[in-house]
Write a protein that binds this ligand. Structure first.
Ligand SMILES: C[S@@+](CC[C@H](N)C(=O)[O-])C[C@H]1O[C@@H](n2cnc3c(N)ncnc32)[C@H](O)[C@@H]1O
Length: 454
């Protein structure tokens, strides 16, 4: 996996695709992986990582001396929840993307899986796959109808193997086992497709890569499943005593009041989408369609509309979207107005569209702050990892604005921690270096905003 430090989308980590068609020993065999991506359970799913497991474990050790309730409002694939469970804390996550929610839910319950049943299932999958490979088996599953791509997503040979695997998944009776099989398929499905992350999902052809004509799909999925079993055994040995509960909601954090108690959370560790317009939904489109989470572009649109900050594409056409919360930072309002006047001749690609996107993003930062205040216990802490961004040549210090907004709703700003490098890790917490002292106006960085409920 490469870390794209020179890419504006600093938050992204992408997985190198297999350069040939041999099954890699592990899907995560690239030696340049960030450390958490080679760690048990965390390695199950390639994702656009907001932070490392070290950052989370450090935050938990520092802020929760005894067992408590940890919340991740933007849970992704569950880094916060997995680390919380290992440390004996109950954990709650909200994740709007159904594929990420599946990953988060499965991973954070890895300690409670029926391992023997799962072992038998993996054996059965190997037997099934071998037998269908050698006879004239015609798969019953079909490719998702609404899933259209410019190029052929799977070659005919790969498609047959994928559909046979889906047949096996659909035979399953146990919900936990089905979810694990789905995750093993979804977390590998791009590797044997004609698409790759560059870092956004693109045709291999456009990236100068060869087409995948054939691939040992079943072998890769089975080795992934073996890895999962090893990690389940490992995580059981880590969770001592009565296992804590974890709960993941496939809904927006902004609906948290429907399912959570007020003043119930001890610690929040999270990373919301950045102001970099990285399109979580488009980049997981294959997973969403092939796992039957969405069936049409209209259903994708709903996800986009509910995403934190929406997307530039979703708001650029609006004539004007303004900041809609009381007492916004004056420099933010000025920045948005300046942006609105930029490149007006470019129509929807000009400054007004970006100004709408910035307003929408900080309106959601306000909603985040209000809901954090509602859900945190008195003296509870929230650690929010967030990246700045440069839009139309203008540097937007999202960390400072988020801190200002949080202050305006009555949260205490303890600090803004900035790592020395463009990397997320312990240094976020250790560092007391302030952005203003270290960052040039055109530098991309990630910061940890530490808030406390008074
Ligand atoms: C930076 S990622 C989090 C990654 C996570 N820290 C991890 O390590 O896996 C942000 C996540 O927020 C999710 N998201 C966006 N809007 C949301 C909302 N309104 N409520 C809940 N989750 C949301 C996105 O789908 C994405 O997975």
């Amino acid at each position: 996996m490469k870390r794209l430090d020179n890419n504006p989308a600093l938050q992204l980590e992408v997985f190198s695709e297999a350069s040939d068609t041999r099954p890699p020993k592990s899907v995560f065999s690239d030696p340049s992986f960030a450390i958490n991506k080679s760690m048990p359970v965390h390695r199950w799913v390639p994702w656009i990582a907001g932070f490392s497991k070290e950052f989370v474990s450090d935050a938990l050790d520092r802020h929760l001396r005894k067992s408590g309730l940890v919340l991740d409002p933007f849970a992704g694939v569950g880094t916060t929840l997995v680390e919380s469970i290992i440390r004996g804390h109950c954990a709650v996550g909200f994740e709007i993307n159904p594929y990420a929610e599946l990953a988060c839910r499965v991973k954070s319950n890895a300690h409670s899986f029926p391992i023997d049943l799962f072992r038998r299932t993996v054996r059965a999958y190997r037997d099934f796959y071998t037998s269908v490979s050698s006879n004239g088996y015609v798969p019953k599953s079909i490719a998702p109808e609404g899933f259209n791509t410019r190029g052929k997503f799977y070659s005919n040979r790969v498609l047959r193997k994928v559909l046979a695997t889906l047949d096996f998944i659909h035979f399953g009776a146990d919900k936990q086992v089905i979810d694990l099989l789905k995750l093993a398929f979804a977390s590998t499905m791009i590797t044997y497709s004609n698409y790759s992350y560059e870092p956004s999902l693109s045709r291999r052809e456009s990236a100068g890569k060869s087409q995948v004509e054939d691939f040992p799909v079943g072998e890769l999925i089975a080795s992934k499943l073996d890895e999962m079993i090893d990690d389940m055994i490992w995580i059981r040995s880590q969770v001592v005593g009565k296992p804590p509960n974890s709960l993941v909601f496939n809904k927006s954090f902004f609906d948290c009041r429907d399912v959570m108690d007020r003043s119930s959370v001890d610690l929040v560790v999270t990373s919301p989408p950045y102001l970099n317009n990285y399109h979580y939904n488009r980049n997981t489109r294959p997973h969403l369609y092939w796992l039957n989470f969405v069936k049409s572009p209209a259903e994708m649109k709903v996800l986009e509309e509910n995403n934190f900050g929406k997307y530039w594409q979703t708001v650029r056409d609006a004539s004007r979207i303004d900041i809609a919360f009381p007492y916004p930072p004056k420099s933010l309002v000025d920045c948005i107005e300046g942006m609105r006047r930029k490149n007006t001749e470019k129509g929807i690609y000009g400054g007004n569209g970006w100004a709408n996107y910035i307003s929408t993003y900080f309106n959601d930062c306000y909603r985040l702050a209000v809901n954090l205040k509602w859900v945190l216990k008195r003296r509870g802490t929230a650690l929010i990892v967030i990246g700045n961004n440069i839009l139309q040549g203008e540097m937007i210090p999202t960390d400072h604005y988020l801190a200002d907004v949080a202050k305006s709703v009555g949260l205490e700003v303890i600090d803004i921690h900035v790592p020395r490098e463009f990397r997320i890790g312990n240094s976020i917490i250790n560092s007391k270096v302030r952005v203003g002292k270290t960052q040039k106006s055109n530098t991309l960085y990630e910061a940890g905003v530490e808030l406390r409920k008074k």
